[in-house]
Structure formats: structure tokens, C-alpha cells
Design a protein around this ligand. Sequence first.
Ligand SMILES: O=P(O)(O)OC[C@H]1O[C@](O)(CO)[C@@H](O)[C@@H]1O
Length: 412
Amino acid sequence: MPKLPLPPALVGSELGTFTQYTVTQRMPAIARRVVGENDFSPEINSRLENLATELQLGYLVPLENDNSTDFSAWNNYLQTYNGQRWLDVPWFFAETYFYRLILEITHYFRPGRWQGIDPFQLQKSQGLEASLDSIILLCSQVNKWVDDWQTEGEINQTALITLLYFALWGNRVDLSLWSAFESDGVPPSVADRSRFDVESQLGNILVNDAAQVRDLLTSGEVKRIDFIVDNAGFELVCDLCLVDFLLSSKLVNQIYLHLKPHPTFVSDAMIKDVYDTTSFLVASSNQQAISLAQRLESYIMSGCLVLSEDYFWTSPLAFWEMPKYLKDELTNTGLLVVKGDANYRRLLGDRHWQITTNIADIVCYLPAPMVALRTLKSEVAVGLKSEVVEEVAKSDPSWLTNGQWGVIQFVA
Ligand SMILES: O=P(O)(O)OC[C@H]1O[C@](O)(CO)[C@@H](O)[C@@H]1O
């Protein structure tokens, strides 16, 4: 547990908040987009439409038994919130249950025509295709750094820091935040969001512990790193580039990627998305992308890169409620890399902490040092200095939720 008393959880009924906007506007739009982008039966589509309508003022419905591994766990989680409105249950619970319900409705776990169909597949594939130019540039750069290491044998510390920045800003390109409204052409396209220059973004990093992470990684003490992965698409490519650099320059021996066991939060990455990504790179016919993909494939084959999934990662639980077997597994790591906004929310239990709270007093339950690489997309943040908050709030009133600002927060 965190050292400090737990503040209340964020809930959708908080007037005028991004949380409320998410439950009442974004989630219905996401459910409707699942209808539009798939070829589900009229019965499935009408249940999705019903879910979209109910979110605004309606009540949670029980999960039907779809014979999935996590059914009884969900039945237990739901006990606490039986008969409550979507708007009144903790926001993180509402979001995770919403995505799980979409899978029940679309027969994801039931034997038959729709079994295993990822309702967000189209968006995942389009996300990769739209960022191909940026992907090729990044792969070329990483190949060069790896070649340099092979000829010079020296760690390029600037390269390491730059790749940490890419892993951070890759998190801007998350599909759940924009996808529902992208067709209006209002938010920047995936291609635009994946085109950024890390130097020019330095001022947008509100806490920057990258140097401490670099020092740890170059100390020779870390043998294994574990990533708690976030989104497929450009963000996953950025993460995989960092993974490749760390393994290819022998900074660490082994990396675990912790992935979701089923589709959730639109673009969250599963094991199959990692394989889809390497296949996409290979199919690009671009030699830079192909070389990087081949190295990744060889790391997977040799066990240096381990792809792992667990139902804890799609549960509504806070990270301090992690099951013992998983926590024990993570004690073997030298660094936990926690990617993205939703994972950050789970680190903090998605609660109303004071923004200046020391993050180390909350995540003291973790079994290893950790770094959070997160762009801000929700009204949950800690570890910020009040002067920084004042300044950013003046320059950008929606700084907490628009994904333009980031943090690299390290806890030893
Ligand atoms: O992909 P990330 O960075 O976890 O962010 C996605 C999630 O962020 C939020 O906007 C806020 O946490 C969620 O509603 C959204 O789905």
C-alpha cells in the first residue's frame, strides 16, 4: 500500500471534469466506432448502441458468462458496484469494465464467428500505417546507433536519453484519446502526432528524471528490465526501438514486455500486436525497418525479449493490489518502465492526490525501481513542483488532459 492515506477515487459524476467527459462522451463514441468499423451482427450492434446510450445516466449491467478466464474475477469486482450508475463508480473501474463488456458483447471469448476478433484492429493497423514515415526515420537512427556501438563499443548516452524521450512522446499517439473524433479532422492526425522533434519538446517535460534512468542503466547493475507496456502503433515502435538499443548495446541481458491478454482501451498492446508490428516492419520493404524487426525477432527467439501477458493488467485493480505471483516475478527486475496514462493512473490508484505529493511515498509498494514515462491525459498527477504547475496552467489551461505535456518520473 502507499505510505499515505488514500484520497477518494476519481468518478465520472464530477461536474465539468475530463472524467465526466470521458464517461458521457468519449466512451459512447468509442462504442459506436466499434459498430462502424466492424461487421458484427445486428444483435451485437444493437447491444453496443445500448451500451453507448446507457453510459450517460444508466446503470452497470452484470457480465454474462462468456467462459473467459477472467469471468469469475470480474463477477467479484462487480459485487462492490452492483446497481450503481456508470457515472458514480470509480472512473478506472468504469473504463476497464466498459472495455471488458465490449468483448462480452462482441463474443470475443465465445467459440464461433467472432471469437478472437479484436474490435479495435482497424484503428491499430491504420495507426501503424499512418506513422510509417516517422517509423522509418526512427529505425534508421537506431540502426546507426547500434552499428556505432558495434564498431566503437561505447555506449552512446545521448542515444539512450533520446530513446527515452521517444518512448515518452510515443505515448501521445494513443488512439483512445483521439480516435472517436478523428473523423472531424479536428485533432492532429496520427501522422502529425508521430512527427516530433525531441529537442523542441524538452520544455514540455514537467519532471525529467531521464539522466537518473540513464545513470542506472549504464551502471552495469541492471541485468533485466520490465516494461509495463501501453499502446500498440507508433508508441510500441518507440518502445521496441528502446528495447532493441538496450539489448543490442548489451546494456541489459533480458527484457520482459508485460502486455494485455485481450483488447482494451482501444490501442493497448497485446502479444499479437508485437508480432503484427514486426511483421508490419518487415512488410514495409524498407531495409531500415526490416533490420530492426529482424533483430527484435531474434531476441524473441533467443529469450532475451520475453512477451508476457496477465489478466491483472486488464483488471480494474490498482497496482498495489497486484497478485503475489506477479509481484514476486517483478522482484527479479532492475527497472520497471511504466508506460502511459492509464498505467500511471493505476500506480496512483486513480485517486485525487495533491499534485505536489512525493511520488515515492505512493509507489513505495513496488518491488523494484521504476520510471513512469507518461503524457498527461487525465486529472491525476503527482510529484510536480507548485511553480511548474502555476506556469504550465497559465500557458495551457488543458495541460492536464491534452497529452501535450509529459513526465519522466523515476523512483529508486
Ligand atoms: O494510452 P494511455 O496513455 O494509457 O491513455 C489512454 C487513456 O487515457 C485516458 O484518456 C485517461 O487516462 C483514458 O481515458 C484513455 O483511454
